[in-house]
Design a protein around this ligand. Structure first.
Ligand code: KG4
Ligand code: ZN
Length: 356
């Protein structure tokens, strides 16, 4: 048996979790700092680091007690090494190193981006998908505040990076859009909520790099994303309608139309990739995968014969269960890290899925 303690501190969530044998989540505790950063309109790295310092012990104790274990039972400590905000990462990384060294446990640094992909496989059903050779090739759409990527994973673990954002990530576009509309932080959930009362067809926002509006799309950008143009279009839209900014219906229609544009791009590219590469399973994970419109549109457009696997909502935004689960795969292979590992801000290109 492998009981892994996961620690996550890459952005504005401090989290600890205990996962058994890679899939069974025994506990997953998350302390959010959102309220602290909301007043600044976004995440302040140094503030995040200080908050992690305060919160780590507070998430560790319940993570262990809810799992019904003590540090003695833990086989290894897995921690997010990157990508993320360096000051924030360093706090979790140092904490995890201290724990592992103090308790004489195996130590594993893992990639947060890969953790997001892995979050779609937590639980027994997820294990079934991952271990079934008929699930491959598998297409992963990772959509968060920091990432927007499409990847193909083959049964032997080989990874092909089809494309990613060339500027803003999808979550970042929602966060910045919400700020422009005066809706607060984080933008994704508040745009979704505001859009519930709006008409997504009321205004048209561009769908960059989709070949829409008669713009030729180069082969190179087929699966790349660009969200900065949508944000600029929103800025002009807000300027044009400055007299309507206090009109709740205008804001709701704008939020709904903006959300629809972002989701439309994500779904179009995902389906194009799914058909082109003849995939058997599509997985979607990361904070933006919480979005109800994205979830329902992916469901609507996934062709018959392809299985859609959406990460459970509670595992979409940053958490430590995905880190502990992914860490177990390193544990079972005997792949451990030294205490000299450093945090990294940007993720190296992944060519092999470590969970296969
Ligand atoms: O995965 P995550 O917690 O952190 C990163 O690794 O970036 O993702 C956070 C992102 C934020 O941009 C947030 O606005 C977005 O996920 N998000 C959502 C929703 N909930 C969170 N976006 C759209 N709809 C939601 N319901
Ligand atoms: Zn994340």
């Amino acid at each position: 048996m492998g009981l892994i303690l996961g620690i996550e501190s890459s952005c504005d969530e401090t989290a600890a979790a205990v996962v058994e044998n890679g899939y069974l989540v025994r506990s997953s505790v998350i302390a959010s700092q959102i309220a602290k950063h909301a007043v600044h309109g976004g995440v302040v790295p140094e503030l995040a680091a200080r908050e992690h310092l305060k919160a780590l012990n507070c998430v560790l104790s319940p993570a262990l007690s809810e799992a019904g274990v003590t540090m003695k039972d833990i086989d290894a400590v897995a921690v997010t090494q990157g990508p993320g905000l360096i000051p924030a990462l360093i706090v979790g990384l140092s904490f995890a190193k201290g724990l592992a060294a103090g308790w004489n446990k195996k130590f594993i640094g893992v990639n947060h981006f890969v953790g997001h992909i892995y979050s779609a496989f937590l639980g027994e059903e997820g294990r079934g998908v991952l271990e079934n050779k008929n699930s491959y090739p598998l297409l992963a759409l990772v959509v968060s505040g920091g990432h927007t990527s499409l990847l193909i994973i083959d049964g032997d673990g080989r990874v092909t990076n089809l494309g990613s954002t060339i500027d803003d990530a999808a979550g970042e576009a929602l966060d910045k859009g919400a700020k422009l509309l005066g809706l607060g932080y984080p933008g994704g959930p508040v745009i979704q909520k505001t859009a519930e009362n709006g008409d997504g067809k009321k205004y048209y926002f561009p769908r960059p790099l989709t070949g829409a509006a008669g713009k030729a799309l180069s082969e190179e950008n087929l699966f790349n994303f660009s969200f900065s143009g949508i944000k600029t279009a929103l800025l002009y839209h807000v300027k044009k309608h400055e007299n309507e900014l206090s009109d709740a219906q205008f804001i709701a229609d704008t939020a709904a139309s903006y959300q629809e544009a972002v989701v439309d791009v994500l779904v179009k590219k995902t389906m194009l990739a799914a058909k082109k590469y003849n995939v058997k399973v599509i997985v979607c994970a990361g904070g933006v995968a919480c979005n109800s419109l994205l979830r329902s549109e992916l469901e609507k457009h996934t062709p018959e014969g392809i299985q859609l696997r959406l990460a459970e909502r509670k595992n979409c935004t940053d958490n430590a269960a995905m880190i502990a689960g992914l860490g177990w795969h390193y544990f079972r292979k005997g792949m451990f890290s030294g205490f000299d590992i450093d945090a990294f801000a940007r993720h190296p290109v992944m060519s092999q899925a470590p969970f296969l």
